[in-house]
Design a protein around this ligand. Structure first.
Ligand code: I3S
Length: 128
């Protein structure tokens, strides 16, 4: 029979503006390029959108907000990485596929919240 599988609504955990740079792709080091990014934590994924402020008016149309990239948090690793940048409040996210991102905010409380929330999701995906 043709069963219809309805995905349960994915839980939106958190959304906000962070500075982001990708520093490795599949284990290969990349040149840093910091940019503001609208970050959304939904379900098992961290989804990155371009900062609306850097987008053209055309891209403001509803339904036109195409994510720049998305990261599967299953098996991902998180660590504080102030040694990897002159910026303050930096942490590194490493995916199971060897992609590495630095995320940063000038606001201490905000970056701690992000760290804690992402870690919670990673832990939840590992299971008890
Ligand atoms: O870790 P690095 O190489 O000192 O990172 C800085 C550089 O990538 C620099 O780019 P260029 O080398 O292409 O000019 C960036 O503009 C800086 O932002 C990087 O350092 P911070 O400390 O901001 O992560």
């Amino acid at each position: 029979t043709n069963q219809v599988h309805l995905k349960p609504e994915k839980e939106l955990e958190k959304a906000g503006l962070l500075n982001k740079t990708k520093i490795a792709e599949g284990g290969r080091k990349l040149r840093k390029n910091w940019n503001p990014s609208w970050v959304v934590l939904v379900g098992n994924s961290l989804v990155f959108f371009k900062d609306p402020k850097t987008q053209s008016p055309a891209s403001w149309k509803p339904g036109n907000s195409c994510p720049e990239s998305s990261v599967d948090l299953r098996g991902a690793q998180l660590q504080w990485a102030n040694d990897l940048s002159s910026r303050k409040n930096v942490f590194k996210l490493r995916t199971i596929t060897g992609n590495e991102f630095l995320l940063q905010s000038e606001t201490d409380s905000l970056i701690r919240e992000w760290y804690g929330t992402i870690q919670k999701v990673i832990d939840r995906l590992v299971g008890p």
